[in-house]
Design a protein around this ligand. Structure first.
Ligand SMILES: NC(=O)c1ccc[n+]([C@@H]2O[C@H](COP(=O)([O-])OP(=O)(O)OC[C@H]3O[C@@H](n4cnc5c(N)ncnc54)[C@H](OP(=O)(O)O)[C@@H]3O)[C@@H](O)[C@H]2O)c1
Length: 284
């Protein structure tokens, strides 16, 4: 039996990864925060699924809930760090608490959870099983910085760094570490972000923030189905030689042009124009 831990399986990318990987015969330990989600998923997956109930911010609860993983198996095929949130808003006005929460969930918790499972993934001199793989669900926001999405972009840029560092450090154990970098994907994260700019309406940014919800709705329309990411996760698990990072975007070429090749000042101008004139595209 091949065992996989996925964080954040209640909705979205995590939920669909659970669906596909379970169908392919893997045993999934999936994290949720609510008892009700654990119950619902256990009904849907009566076999080869164990819910782990924790909030990634509460590491004592994580350690307690994941004891069952260590009791059930002596090796993990993969750890998929998926749980994440987006805290939009102008960097100037996001509260310290919200900024810290963004970094803690999307970044610091990934390190805590990864370190917890490293012995089961093969980071031990006497490990006799096939080494596991670590897949971090990053974002194109880990490659490109958008205004008013700064806290999220910073968390994902740092996650990209963390992925590279782990990959290079864990090479000695042959543990492959992969970043998946999606653009807009059809999940609840979009709805959760709607109206979240309202609390900044009293600031000098109000004129551009008013467009934010409209842009989110437009992005949602162009978002790719969640199965695109699940299929890619499966590929990362089954390929003999997976890439170190995968961009998933409807217009990959245009995104790469914007992120890697155009001069900064031209991109700054384009973003400014988009925000001030209500262009059709959200700068992501
Ligand atoms: N959707 C996109 O367009 C997109 C694009 C690029 C990257 N991503 C990344 O994909 C990952 C999954 O996001 P998604 O789009 O599938 O959004 P989602 O549907 O909102 O799923 C997020 C998952 O993370 C869990 N989670 C959030 N905060 C948590 C916490 N403190 N402790 C434990 N679990 C927590 C949620 O649990 P609850 O249900 O309990 O809140 C949920 O299961 C994230 O890392 C996100 O940054 C998404």
């Amino acid at each position: 039996m091949k065992y996989i831990v996925i964080t954040g399986v209640s909705t979205g990318i995590g939920r669909d990864a659970l669906r596909l990987l379970h169908k392919k015969g893997y045993y999934i330990f999936g994290s949720v925060r609510k008892e009700a989600d654990a119950k619902k998923l256990t009904e849907s997956y009566p076999e080869r699924f164990t819910p782990l109930i924790f909030d990634v911010q509460n590491h004592d609860a994580v350690v307690k809930a994941t004891k069952v993983v260590f009791e059930t198996c002596d090796a993990l095929h993969a750890l998929i760090n998926n749980a994440g949130i987006a805290v939009p808003g102008p960097l100037q006005h996001i509260s310290e608490k919200d900024f810290e929460r963004q970094l803690d969930i999307n970044l610091k918790a990934v390190r805590r959870i990864t370190n917890l499972f490293l012995p089961l993934l093969g980071a031990a001199a006497n490990f006799k099983k096939t080494p596991g793989r670590i897949i971090n669900i990053s974002s194109i926001s880990g490659l490109f910085n958008s205004p008013f999405n700064g806290a999220y972009s910073i968390s994902k840029h740092a996650l990209e760094s963390m992925t590279d560092v782990y990959r290079r450090e864990l090479r000695r154990y042959n543990i492959k570490v992969i970043a998946i970098e999606p653009g807009p994907i059809q999940t609840a994260i979009w709805q959760k972000s709607l109206n979240s700019m309202d609390k900044y309406s009293h600031t000098e940014y109000n004129d551009v923030l008013q467009k934010a919800d409209m842009m989110i709705e437009k992005s949602e329309k162009s978002a790719l189905p969640v199965s695109r990411i699940s299929d890619l996760i499966l590929k990362c698990l089954t390929s003999g030689n997976p890439k170190t990072r995968y961009i998933v975007h409807r217009s990959k070429f245009l995104f790469k042009l914007l992120a890697f090749y155009l001069p900064d000042k031209l991109v700054d101008w384009f973003i400014h124009r988009t925000l001030t004139r209500g262009n059709r595209h959200r700068p992501i």
